[in-house]
Write a protein that binds this ligand. Sequence first.
Ligand code: PEP
Length: 255
Amino acid sequence: MAALKKLIAGNWKMNMLSADGTALARDIAAGAGDVGCDLLLCPPATLVSRISETVNDSGVAVGAQDCHEAESGAFTGDISASMVRDAGASHVILGHSERRHGLGETDERICAKVKAAHGAGLVAILCIGETETERDSGQTLDVLAGQLDGSIPMGGRGFAINGANTVIAYEPVWAIGTGRTPTSEEVLAAHAHIRAHLEGGMGNEAASVRILYGGSMKPENGEELLAIANVDGGLIGGASLSADSFLAIAGAAEG
Ligand code: PEP
């Protein structure tokens, strides 16, 4: 199968008010025609609608950073997958480590959210990744397999996802926001393992599922990380808050 077109996704986390966010999105949209990959911006929920309007016809997609698994109800402060869709988003990040480890989200809950996202017609960006302790004790590959098994909805024939509705993001917890990254060999091994595990759960269809790397990706290391086999793009936190650095990473993403 031909290489998948790469996806460079920006996770703005809890940053940006409307003026800054709109300016950032406008600058990124202006540069989108110069890169050969897909671009996605994930602003805070308050800005999803505004950023969707800002990037409008540029080809840049917009996503939310989380959604609730229920369709509606008494969940003060939460937003449903259909609300995310209604605000103009096409994607939603689910299972980010700041929610798994910071807010105690379990695989089971994340799986319910993935189902809700699919039900609303959203692409789920499902994040998985090991902690430093798990890496140091040699558990990385088992942890990744366990998170895939626990967070991916199951159907009659195995994993009930496809390349059009799900993206996997491998994000070592210890690399997020720290300036530290795994070696190329470690990224290669993790992504190969994720691909093989997906194959075990869904056969040949696994080849169409994009696997992003996330964790301190920046212009200085983007080219090397994005050239590794089975790295189909990047999920970028800090470096997505500047149009220059985000577009520089996107410029390094061939395919
Ligand atoms: C992230 O939060 O998804 C992330 C990858 O952050 P950073 O690029 O800042 O490490």
